[in-house]
Design a protein around this ligand. Structure first.
Ligand code: FES
Ligand SMILES: [Fe+2]
Length: 396
């Protein structure tokens, strides 16, 4: 089905949910063992079979638009360097010098014609090749061609940059993204502006991620921030492979949709309804006209902790100083709300799960995004491609 038509149908469903006090529902309540959020073996399996194996959406085109732009970041303990080479192609490396292991670029964003190692000053090209050994005549014979940065599979599509943390791993993005890239293509994401990033920390990565997958908690947890715009427990879900597009109707959806012809409903994002776009296993992107917040939730150093990178994008570039100041304030506001409203409860949830009070947690029929996410996670953890893939099914 064509994108606008599909969004138009989603809009229609969202409107019905608001008018009838309903929401997308699966066929049954799902139970997940509490220990899957605390068990070190499960956590290690998630790192090995999911985070090290799947293409991870680690950066946006907007973060490194020009040749020489780079982004260095840590991902599940691995130092990663993503950069755009002279020809404009994106490449990724482990940010580790082949001499004695130091990083060749500082964490964060920058632009440079070549990388220079912090420790003894060896230099590397944007293609990762070793260019220069400091005081080479004293060092001894080595084959420079063998001493490149270790490259990671990377691909840039529709404004998104995917990296696999395993050198040489195959990356079949068409299959993995399940037709979702067309949606990002239509957003014109590759032309947007990166306006900044923030970091927060919280509980087990799945405790945090669960919070991005449902709107059932809006009334209780976000009465002053989200609820004024968006009703609680009214949401529509669409799947693309393991990924989701979650439609959250606004209170005014009936009014808004009534004011435009039915054929145009597919173009009304942010005018009556909003979408959270979820990329498995760990990215949630909420587009709003003022500012777009993207959360990348990474497992932290231990099973009970996550590190979340919040990346902020906008369609229009920054206009002037006043605009810059306003966007800085907006980024801080969104970070603070995410932290104080969602991440603090997440840390309390983590304690609760570790207390042994209950063996299982429940995901209601009205929490389909969580059910689907946990089904896919289990599918990957079983590591058997012959098992049937999870299906998202609405049951009224
Ligand atoms: S560790 Fe990089 S130059 Fe020595
Ligand atoms: Fe929330």
């Amino acid at each position: 089905m064509e994108r606008n038509e599909r969004i138009g149908l989603a809009a229609q469903r969202m409107r019905t949910y608001v008018e009838q006090g309903q929401t997308f529902r699966t066929g049954a309540v799902k139970r997940v063992p509490a220990r899957s959020y605390t068990d070190p073996d499960q956590w290690k399996a998630e790192l090995e079979l999911v985070f090290r194996r799947l293409p991870l959406m680690l950066a946006f085109t907007a973060e490194l638009p020009r040749p020489g732009d780079y982004k260095a970041m840590e991902v599940i303990g691995l130092p990663v360097l993503i950069n755009r080479d002279k020809a404009g192609a994106v490449r990724a490396f482990l940010n580790v010098c082949p001499h004695r292991g130091a990083p060749v670029a500082d964490e964060g964003h920058g632009n440079c014609p070549r990388f220079s190692c912090k420790y003894h000053g060896w230099t590397f090209g944007r293609d990762g090749r070793l260019i220069g050994i400091s005081d080479a005549s004293t060092f001894g014979m080595v084959d420079k061609a063998e001493l490149a940065l270790r490259e990671l599979p990377a691909a840039e599509r529709a404004g998104l940059i995917f990296v696999s943390l395993t050198p040489g791993a195959p990356m079949d993005l068409d299959r993995f993204t399940g037709g979702y890239l067309e949606d990002f293509e239509a957003l014109g994401l590759a032309e947007w502006t990166w306006i900044g990033s923030r970091q927060i920390e919280g509980a087990n990565w799945k405790v945090a991620f669960d919070g991005y997958l449902e709107g059932y908690h809006f009334a209780a947890l976000h009465p002053d921030t989200i609820l004024p715009r968006t009703p609680s427990n009214r949401a529509h879900y669409e799947s693309f492979g393991p990924h989701l597009r979650i439609g959250f109707p606004q209170h005014r959806i009936s009014e808004t949709l009534s004011a435009v012809p039915r054929e145009a409903w597919g173009e009304q994002e942010n005018n009556g309804f909003d979408f959270a776009r979820v990329l498995f296993p760990n990215v949630s992107m909420f587009i709003a006209p003022e500012i777009t917040q993207v959360a990348q939730i990474f497992p932290g150093p231990t099973p009970d902790r996550n590190r979340t990178v919040l990346t902020y994008l906008r369609r229009e570039p920054i206009r002037d100083e006043a605009d810059r100041a306003a966007t800085e304030a907006a980024m801080n506001f969104f970070r603070d709300v995410t932290y104080t409203e969602d991440y603090l409860i997440g840390m309390a949830v983590q304690k609760g799960l570790q207390s042994g009070a209950h063996d299982e947690m429940l995901f209601g029929r009205n929490e389909p995004g969580n059910q689907y996410f946990h089904e896919w996670l289990d599918w990957y953890l079983q590591d058997d491609p012959d098992l049937p893939e999870p299906v998202l099914q609405r049951v009224d």
